[in-house]
Design a binder for this molecule. Structure first.
Ligand SMILES: Cc1cc2nc3c(=O)[nH]c(=O)nc-3n(C[C@H](O)[C@H](O)[C@H](O)COP(=O)(O)OP(=O)(O)OC[C@H]3O[C@@H](n4cnc5c(N)ncnc54)[C@H](O)[C@@H]3O)c2cc1C
Length: 382
């Protein structure tokens, strides 16, 4: 192996960028190249998280992104309103872009460079150029519907308004007191600054189709109902996979010579579709692996890591089967309302994807929010 060949990360989104930053900081001995199809890092995203989503070793990385922080957050359902004194945070893609450019050298970054083919020992760019690599990491993000996986969808459109809200210290993370259409529906309200508010209309739906214009109109209505009016500053939308079941071996066959990170590697929370915590964890783990990080080592590590993650997500896939297969779409809100009766610590561990056995039993206890027969049918059908 030529020692000057780089580890090539394809995709400067959340996972690829965080991994590249950590590699540049912790493994300056290893050549590194981050290749991004777009003109900037991170695309058009606002990423949000609870403090408990951030693994302790990654706190400095998050601090470097200078997130907006709300001391409190709330949820609202028809029959339940809860306010939590626990903080919520968010950062924009621009912050990730700045961090990457401040940490990597210009020689370690290529923008506007779509990769056409990923191979064990190199990548082929859209223009035909080939770059040889010691290892290749696929961090190209979501792949849409994947035959090996049974998926539901979390989809949303958010609009940022030049407006203010009465309590800018509070993030509304889930307000489901609205007509339920296309599955479980809620609105998310983040006062990003004294004069900017992000309002997002979200659906847990059976299909991935999202009409951004129609949902944008609904966002405007939701905003107006909440007294939020002002010029529209920007818009973002997403269609995130929610994992119900599938075949991990078919999704990621043994012997695949290319390592993966982020959504390309199935590294997302099966129920929330979120991936920040896993992206932080894997950036930490990758940058502290021993050795020269050659292709076969990285590919085997990342696949093994995926299989562990798949195992860890078993409980969430089971919940998702209840959510998507046992509950009628307009009744899905009852499952979330039931969940939000739990204690704060249990809720935090759920979002972090690390519930204890006690948490799991508690989540499944009490009067079930869906009919027993339908729930059993959904659980048996794999
Ligand atoms: C609008 C939005 C908001 C979200 N909010 C949250 C949140 O608050 N918290 C959370 O945890 N999760 C959130 N998610 C879910 C998830 O965390 C994000 O989708 C996250 O960006 C996924 O990270 P990733 O690195 O796998 O993919 P991406 O961030 O999508 O990055 C993939 C990158 O690869 C590049 N790329 C693709 N193909 C090629 C190619 N052939 N060659 C070169 N480059 C290529 C793309 O341009 C892109 O930059 C959100 C998703 C969306 C869409």
């Amino acid at each position: 192996m030529n020692d000057r060949l780089p580890v090539v990360i394809v995709g400067g989104g959340l996972a690829g960028a965080l991994a590249a930053v950590r590699m540049a900081q912790r493994r300056p001995d290893l050549p590194l190249l981050l290749i991004e199809a777009g003109a900037a890092i991170g695309g058009n995203h606002t990423w949000s998280f609870f403090d408990s989503d951030v693994p302790a070793p990654a706190r400095d990385l998050i601090a470097a992104l200078n997130p907006v922080r709300w001391p409190r957050h709330s949820v609202r359902f028809q029959a339940l309103a809860r306010d939590f004194d626990a903080p919520y945070n968010a950062f924009r893609a621009e912050a990730l872009d700045r961090l990457v450019r401040a940490t990597l050298t210009p020689q370690q970054l290529r923008f506007n460079t779509p990769v056409e083919r990923l191979e064990a020992d190199g990548v082929v760019l859209a223009g035909g150029e080939r770059i040889a690599a010691r290892a290749v990491i696929d961090a190209r993000g979501p792949q849409g519907a994947v035959p090996a996986l049974e998926l539901g969808w979390q989809k949303f459109v958010g609009i940022e308004f030049a407006a203010s809200v009465p309590d800018p210290q509070r993030a509304m993370v889930m307000d489901a007191t609205m007509p339920q259409i296309d599955g479980y529906r809620f609105v998310y309200v983040l006062p990003l600054a004294a004069d900017r508010v992000l309002v997002e209309d979200t659906y847990y739906a059976d299909g991935p189709a999202l009409d951004v214009e129609i949902v944008s109109e609904r966002v405007r209505t939701l905003a107006a109902e909440r007294g939020i009016a002002g010029a529209e500053l920007r818009r973002e939308s997403g269609v995130l996979p929610i994992l119900i079941g599938g075949d991990p071996q078919a999704f990621w066959p043994a012997g695949d010579p290319v390592a993966r990170l982020g959504l390309a590697g199935g590294f997302f929370h099966a129920t929330t579709g979120y991936s920040l915590r896993l992206a932080l964890l894997l950036a930490e783990e990758l940058s502290t692996l021993p050795g020269r990080l050659e292709g076969p080592q990285l590919a085997a590590w990342s696949r093994q890591r995926f299989l562990w993650h798949w195992h860890d997500m078993g409980f969430f896939r089971m919940l998702n089967r209840m959510l998507f297969r046992a509950a009628a779409p307009d009744q899905r809100h009852r499952i979330f309302a039931h969940f939000y009766r739990l204690g704060e610590d249990r809720i935090a561990r759920f979002y972090a994807g690390e519930p204890t056995l006690g948490d799991k039993l508690r989540i499944l206890s009490g009067k079930p929010p869906v009919g027993i027969a339908a729930a059993l049918k959904a659980l048996i059908r794999r």
